[in-house]
Design a binder for this molecule. Structure first.
Ligand SMILES: [Fe+2]
Length: 305
C-alpha cells in the first residue's frame, strides 16, 4: 500500500525537460478507482454526457481519430465494453474524469506531489485532467496529438506507444498544429508507416509510462492482452503561449500571410503571442473562439468541452 504522501508518479525530475519525451514509473496499478468494477460504475455515471468515447477494434493508425466512432462503431455501450473488455473488440475512453467528484480526488492525488517538480522548469501549471483508456487485445489508438502535456501510466496489460518529438516537423508540420490549436482540426495529420522508424518506442507494462510534451504526435497499439491506461494532462504558461502562437498563425494564413516556422523567429513569436492574446480577448480570430478553453482562461481543472 502506498503511503499518502508518496508520489503516485515518478520521473527523473532533476533532468526533466518539458519538451522532451521521457519515461516514467507509477504506483497506480492497485488503485481502487482503476479496477474494472470502479470503471464500470464511472461509465454508468458518464451515460448521457460526452465524457466517454468508444470505437471498435479494427481502427488503424491512419484512421481519423475524431471520425473513428462513426467509421468503426463498437455496437455496444461503453459500460458493456468495460465490463468485458477482453472480448469486447472495443476501445473505450472515459474523458475528463476530474468532472466526477470521486475521480477528481485521484487526479489531485497524482498531481499534488509532483506539481513543484513541474513548476521548477515549466511554471504556471493549470487545466489538470484525467483520462482512462480501456482497450481490447490488438486494438489501435490512431495517430494524433493532444492539447496538453501528457503523463501516460499503464495500469494493466501491455501496449506499445510510438511517440515523436514535439518539434519533429517531418512527422507533423506547423500547419497541422495551427489547425489543431485553432479549430481542433486534425485532417492534415496524415499517417505514414515509415514514421515508425524514427519514433520513440515504449513497450509499456503495468507500472511504467511515458511523459509526452504538448502536441507530440503519438500512436498506440495494444498487445494480445487487454489494456487499461490512465493519462493525467495539464497545461502551463509555456503551452498556453505556444498554443496562442499557433492560433495567430492560423488567423494570418486565412488573411493570406505565411508565418515563419514556430521557434525560428523569436521576435515574431513574441509579437504573435501578444496579438493572439488580443484576438482571443476579443472573442477569437474571425469571431470564433480558439478550440481549447485553456487558451482563453486559466482554469485549475480542464472543462468538459
Ligand atoms: Fe493522446
Amino acid at each position: 500500500m502506498t503511503s499518502p504522501s508518496a508520489p503516485l508518479i515518478t520521473l527523473a525530475w532533476d533532468e526533466f525537460d518539458p519538451m522532451r519525451v521521457t519515461p516514467l514509473t507509477h504506483n497506480l496499478i492497485d488503485h481502487p478507482l482503476l479496477q474494472r468494477e470502479a470503471l464500470v460504475e464511472l461509465g454508468k455515471r458518464c451515460r448521457g454526457t460526452n465524457r466517454w468515447y468508444s470505437f471498435a477494434s479494427g481502427v488503424e493508425p491512419g484512421t481519423d481519430f475524431d471520425a473513428a466512432a462513426e467509421l468503426y462503431p463498437s455496437g455496444q455501450s461503453a459500460v458493456a465494453s468495460l465490463n468485458a473488455i477482453e472480448d469486447a473488440k472495443a476501445w473505450v475512453l472515459l474523458r475528463h474524469i476530474q468532472a466526477d467528484p470521486t475521480y477528481r480526488t485521484l487526479v489531485d492525488e497524482a498531481f499534488e506531489p509532483i506539481i513543484e517538480h513541474i513548476e521548477r522548469v515549466d511554471p504556471g501549471v493549470y487545466y489538470r485532467a484525467g483520462w482512462i483508456f480501456s482497450a481490447s487485445p490488438n486494438t489501435c489508438t490512431p495517430f494524433h496529438i493532444d492539447r496538453s502535456h501528457v503523463l501516460l501510466c499503464q495500469v494493466s496489460g501491455t501496449k506499445t506507444v510510438y511517440v515523436w518529438d514535439p518539434t519533429d516537423r517531418e512527422t507533423l508540420g506547423d500547419r497541422v498544429r495551427d489547425d489543431f490549436h485553432a479549430r481542433h482540426d486534425l485532417s492534415r495529420a496524415r499517417w505514414d508507416e515509415t514514421f515508425r522508424a524514427r519514433a520513440h518506442v515504449f513497450h509499456l507494462k503495468p507500472g511504467t509510462g511515458v511523459y509526452m510534451p504538448l502536441t507530440s504526435p503519438h500512436m498506440v497499439e495494444t498487445s494480445t492482452e487487454a489494456s487499461r491506461t490512465i493519462s493525467f494532462t495539464y497545461n502551463t504558461a509555456a503551452t498556453r503561449r505556444r498554443g496562442r502562437i499557433h492560433v495567430l498563425r492560423d488567423a494570418l494564413r486565412r488573411m493570406g500571410m505565411e508565418a515563419p516556422p514556430v521557434g525560428s523567429h523569436i521576435a515574431f513569436d513574441a509579437a504573435a503571442w501578444m496579438a493572439s492574446s488580443a484576438l482571443i480577448a476579443c472573442g477569437g480570430p474571425g469571431g470564433h473562439a480558439p478550440a481549447c478553453p485553456s487558451l482563453r482562461r486559466r482554469l485549475a481543472y480542464a472543462v468538459d468541452d
